[in-house]
Each structure stands twice: as C-alpha cells, then as structure tokens.
Design a protein around this ligand. Structure first.
Ligand code: GUN
Ligand code: FE
Length: 450
C-alpha cells in the first residue's frame, strides 16, 4: 500500500452505473501520493475508528460538516475555450451565420498568445469554481495558443484534454481563419501531440493532446485521413462534431455518400478514446458503429436548443448501450456550468417525451419513453464522462482519481423536510450554484476554495 497523503471524512454521492445511486455517510476516503483513491472505509467497517484516529493524528484529514456532501468532480466532454468571450452572444442566429459572422472572427484572434492567456486563465478559473475538474477542450487552429491552454490548465490543477483544431478546407472556411495547408495542419497536429505528451509527463493530474478536426465540412478528405492516421500512430484521443444539426448531417451525406458517423469511422477517427459532440442525428446503425468502436457521444443539451434542430434521444441511445458524457459546448451553450446542463438534459428529455406542439393530439405529440432522471443526468456528467474519455475519473471509488466537489447545502431550502439522501442530491443538482461549492479537488490537490 502506498502512502496516504490526504484523507477526507464525509458523506458522498456517486453513481457507479447509469441510474444507480451510491450514498455513504461519514466515509473515510484515503488518497495516495498519486492522487488516486486508495481505499474507502465505510463507518461500519472493521478498523474504521483506528484509521480515523491515525489520519487525524497525521494532520491531513479534511472533515466535512453534516450539511456538506462530496460529489465527484464534473467532466465537461465538449467545450470551446476560445469562445468564452462569445458566451450568450448571437444565439438568435443559425449555426452557419453564428460561426462565420462571430465565432471565426473571434477564434482568429488567438494568433495573439497574450489574448489567449487572458481568456483561458479566466475560463479555467470559472470552470473550477463550478466543479468542473476535467475538460475536453477545443482550442483554435493556432498551435502556440493551444499549448498555452494546456499550460494554464496544468498550472491551475485542472485535468485537460486539448486539441489544436484542424480547418484546412478552402471551401468550408474563411481566408482569415484557416490552416495554411493540409500538410501544415497535419504537421502542426503531430508536433502538438508530441509537445503535449512531453510536457504532460510532469503534470500531476494529467494533460492530454487530442486529434481535432473541427467537423467534416471544414476539413479536406486528405486531412481527415491524415488525422485518423495520427490518432492511430499516437493512440490519441479524438474529438470532433458529428451530425450536430440537420445541415451537418445532410452535407456529409451528400459529400461522402454516407453518414457522418460512417465517414468519420472510415477515416480512422472512431476508437475507445474518441468523443463525438452532439450526434443528434445518428441512426441506430450509426449507434452500432459507436458501440463497435467504444466511441462516446458528448451530449450538449443547452447548445442543442439553439443549433441542433432536435432533441437527441439520450434514453434510447443509453438503452442501446452507447457511452454518453455531458458537455457545455461553450459557447453554443451559454453556461459554463454542468449543473445547468444536467438540468437542461432532464428538461429536454421531458419535452421530447411529451412533445411540444399542442395542436397535435396528445398521443401523437411526443416520443414515448424518452425522459431521463436527474440522477441519470448526474451520471452523464461524472461516470459517463470517465467512460467517454477512457480515464479512471468520475466516480468516488477505489482506484479512481481523487476529484471532488465539496457542496455546502446549508442554504438550500430543506427546512428538515425531504431529507432522504436521494432528495438531498436532487436538491443539490437542481438548486446548487457556485456559491454552494466550497472546495474543489483534482487528483487529491485542492484547486479551488471559496
Ligand atoms: N460545428 C462546427 N464548429 C462548431 C462550433 O464551434 N460550435 C458548434 N455548436 N457547432 C460547430
Ligand atoms: Fe461545439
């Protein structure tokens, strides 16, 4: 057994499997030097009192109060870091106008590393204060400022997976924001992978390079194939947008004569470390390809309201067996909070089930059996994210990373009614905001304290 460097005593919630809640009171969680959960001693366990006394004497015990709860750190499986200054802006426009008129001019500014540093520093702080301990980030086409994001996350203690974005297609991208050539895009991606891998060796909580075509419409077939080859060569994470809205879905079908899923898979971009943002329009055959390759969907419920032309049937995909994580999609989604996205995931699923056009007969209005519970949405933000990224994160369990949020629930409206653990968790998930997040830990280290 390795040395315990931190111990936490408190009540915790975690969801080991989809739809299942584990709650323990006054558990003693032992964290080793590597920042992994070495052991969890439940209050009735043999040796519990002794272990507690030992940890107390060692001086590194964190004791939670009665009205405090430990939750796993949240995992944002799709976020555009450079779009933080655009949060809440121009969401009345369709995706294509939003991208060309606002997003691409903004992202072009990140050739200025000092500007990148200002934005990224603030964003990472904002995410940590909201309990996001791991993020899968889209950066921009610029290798240098993408690396700046890696360094900022490393310094602030957040676990990050970052991609230099590839957009090399002259037809799909403006002249002012495009890779200078396909070859340069691939060379920059390969150099970025090597540099981040090198740098990441000394980063306690881990930083990872990601192969990142923006989406099929912004890439040449040569680039997509080259990126698939790099993903294989380096056994790298892959992240892109897949069948987000009707337009993206149709355009890829017309261009390649197959679905977005089939096309991306045929370019070598599907694998256990691949995460496809949105995927609203995937068919059941596409879903089978996701499962065959252990590839995950990053569900972004707030963003989907604006740009996805549909509500994705998460319940159906989970029943088929597809891995699903949760994403904020800053700034297609305006909120940096995965709490807000948990809530929207539930609400959107209810609207899918009920339907929204009151002029239709009730029996024809919605899609039966579509609702998901808030506990299931909590799973997407935690365990689901860990499965998506193929990392031992998202659960409070032995051999998982010690990534926690300490929630202070004293000012939430309990009035000593509805005090079952499941009610406490529901109240937290629906009502807590960053004011309730007292501390955040990543890989055993304190990274935020209110
Ligand atoms: N598709 C291609 N780029 C983007 C983006 O930045 N945001 C969203 N929501 N969809 C995209
Ligand atoms: Fe996106």
């Amino acid at each position: 057994m390795t040395k315990t460097v931190r111990a936490i005593l408190g009540n915790y919630f975690t969801t080991p499997t989809y739809g299942e809640l584990a709650y323990e009171e006054k558990a003693l969680i032992l964290v080793n030097e590597a920042g992994m959960i070495e052991e969890i001693l439940l209050s009735e366990a043999v040796g519990y009192e002794e272990a507690l006394a030992t940890q107390r004497a060692a001086g590194h015990l964190v004791e939670l109060k009665d009205q405090e709860y430990l939750l796993p750190g949240f995992i944002d499986t799709h976020i555009h870091a450079p779009q933080w200054p655009q949060a809440g802006i121009a969401l009345d426009k369709p995706l294509d106008d939003w991208l060309h008129q606002h997003t691409f001019p903004l992202e072009a500014k990140y050739d200025d590393v000092a500007f990148a540093r200002r934005v990224y520093t603030d964003l990472v702080d904002q995410l940590l204060t909201r309990g996001t301990t791991t993020a899968l980030y889209f950066a921009t086409i610029h290798k240098e400022s993408s690396f700046e994001l890696v360094k900022i996350c490393a310094d602030k203690g957040q676990r990050a997976l970052v991609g230099k974005v590839v957009m090399d297609c002259p037809e799909g991208n403006p002249d002012f924001y495009r890779d200078v050539s396909t070859q340069q895009a691939l060379e920059d991606t390969e150099a970025f992978i090597q540099e981040v891998r090198d740098y990441g060796r000394d980063v306690h909580q881990g930083v990872y390079p990601v192969v990142m075509p923006r989406f099929a419409p912004s890439c040449t077939a040569e680039a997509l194939q080259g990126l698939g080859d790099l993903a294989k060569k380096y056994d790298c994470h892959v992240h892109t947008h897949c069948s987000e809205g009707q337009w993206q879905h149709d355009v890829t079908q017309e261009r390649f004569g197959k679905s977005d899923t089939e096309a991306l898979k045929d370019f070598g971009l599907f694998g256990p470390k691949s995460v496809m943002a949105h995927s609203n329009f995937i068919s059941d055959e596409d879903a089978q390809i996701f499962m065959d390759h252990d590839t995950a969907v990053a569900h972004c419920p707030i963003s989907n309201i604006y740009f996805a032309n549909s509500v994705i049937p998460i319940r159906h995909l989970k029943e088929l067996g597809v891995q699903v994580g949760l994403g904020s999609d800053i700034s297609g989604g305006f909120s940096p909070s995965l709490y807000d996205n948990i809530r929207q995931a539930v609400m959107s699923s209810r609207q899918l089930e009920e339907g929204v056009d009151r002029d239709l007969a009730q029996s024809e209005r919605g899609v039966d059996n579509s609702r998901i519970s808030v506990l299931q949405a909590f799973h997407l933000a935690t365990t689901g994210g860990g499965e998506a990224l193929d990392l031992p994160i998202g659960q409070i369990a032995k051999d998982y990373t010690a990534d926690f949020q300490v929630i202070d629930a004293t000012d939430l409206p309990s009035f000593e009614v509805f005090t079952d653990p499941e009610h406490e968790l529901q109240r937290i998930l629906y009502l807590a905001d960053k004011e309730n997040i007292r501390q955040v830990y990543v890989q055993g280290c304190l990274v935020h304290e209110k």
